[in-house]
Write a protein that binds this ligand. Sequence first.
Ligand code: MN
Length: 497
Amino acid sequence: MLKVKEYNFWFVTGSQDLYGEETLKQVSIDSQKIVEGLNSKENIKYTIIHKPTVRNSKEIFDVCNDANNDKNCAGIITWMHTFSPAKMWIRGLSILNKPQLHFHTQFNRDIPWETMDMDFMNLNQSAHGDREFGFINARMGNKRKIVVGHWEDAEVHKDINKWMSVATGYVEGFNIKIARFDDNMRDVAVTEGDKVEVAIKLGWTCDAFGIGDLVEEVQKVTSEEVESLMKIYEEKYEICEAGQIEGSVRDSIKYQAKVEIALRRFLEKGDYTAFTTNFQVLHGMEQLPGLAVQRLMEDGYGFGGEGDWKTAGLVRLMKIMSNNVGTSFMEDYTYNFEPGNEMILGSHMLEVCPTVATDRPRIDVKPLSIGDKNDPARLIFNGQVGGAVCASLVDLGGRMRLIINEVNGKEVEKDLPNLPVARVLWTPEPSLKVGAQAWILAGGAHHTSFSYVVDAEQLCDLADMYGLEAVVIGKNTNIRNFSNELKWNSIYWMLNK
Ligand code: MN
C-alpha cells in the first residue's frame, strides 16, 4: 500500500499550580496510566504520547506550538484531571492548528463510595474541569471532537480510534497531489470545481498532463517487466481462459500491465497519490486504462473517472482514513425498482477497486462499447455485504458540500453473466426513494467515494476540521427536514465561508 507517515497523538493533561506538588504528582501518574492503558488497547491503532501536565498559560502555549511544529503529530488529546482555569488556554488554543479531541473522562470509573474524602474531590475534578475547558473552546469557536466515557471502556477506544483515523486523513490529506490526464469529460458539470478553493481548503493540488506524457512512459516499459507483472496477476487473480494462453486476449492483459507499470512510475516521479483519466482523450493509447487503474487503487491511489479530480482526491483521502481497506471509486449505475427489493447497482466502465471485492477478482477482456479503442482488460468481482457510505464532494460555486449517504451493501445473488465489470449492490438509507431524492436535492454526484470502513460520523468530523458543509442521508432522514437543513445551511455557510 502507498505509504502513509506514522502519525502519533499527544495526550495533554491540564491542571494548575494551585493544588500543590503532591496532587500534581498524582495527576501526572494517573494521566500516564491512562496513556499506557490506551496504548495497550488493540482497538487503538495509533501511538499516543504522554506530555507533561500543563499548569499555566506558557506551558499550554508551548505544547500547542510544539504540536503544530511536529510533523508526526496528527492531533492532541486534551483532558482536565483537575480544574484548569481556561483563560490560561486562550493563547495556546488560539494558535493550535492540529486536530483536537477533548477526552471527557475521569481516572476512576466508579464513585468510591466508602473512601471518598476531600482529598479525592480535590484531585478528581474532570466533571467540572472539563466543562470549564469546554466553555473556552466553545467561546473561541474552536473545532474539536468531544468523546465522553471512562478510558477503559471499549466503546470509547473505538471512538478515539475513529477520530484518530480522521485526524490522520486531515493532516496527511494536505499532501494529496492529483495528476489528471487531460481535462474532465466534455460538457459534464458536477465533476468541475474550483481548484484554487480546494487547494486553500483541503490542500490538494491538481496538475494536468497530456495523455502523451503517459504514452511516452508506456513505450519505455520492457517486456521483461510486463512478464514479471503477469506472474503477479496469475498469483492474485483468476484469468479468463483465453488470457491464459498466448494470443490477442493475453496481449490485451499485457497491455494493461504495461500501462500499470508506466502509470505507477509516472505518479511516483511526481509524488502523485491520486489521478484521473478521460476516455475521450486517449491519443496514442491502445486501451482505456482499466485493470491498470484498479491495480493502482488497490495499492491506495485515489482515482476518478472522466477527469473527476475531486472524487479522485476524496477516494485517496478515504483510503488514508480506512488504511486502504474496503474503499473505492464508484458510480451509481442502475436501479432495481422491484417492490420490496429496491437496490442500487454501483459500478463503472471498468474502474472499481478490488479492496471492495468479496470474491477473487477475475481478469477478462471485453468490449467497452464507448470510445473507439481496443477492448480493455479489467478485474471483475462482486462487492461485499455490510454497512457502507457513498460520499460526494460538490462545488456549489463559492463553497463546497460533502454529501454522505449511509447504505447497506447487499450480496450479489444473481450471476450477471453478460455484465463484464465489477459490481456492488446496496440499499441506501432510509430507502431508495428517500435516499435518492435527498441525494439529488443536495446535488450529489453520480461519482462517489464508496467505503465499508469510513463512516458518516467520521466524514462529518473531517468536514468540520476543514470547515466544509456536510450533510448525511441516513436512517432518520425525511425530505421536508432535509430540504430545510439545506436551506438553513446555505445561510450558515454564507456567514461562515
Ligand atoms: Mn463515470
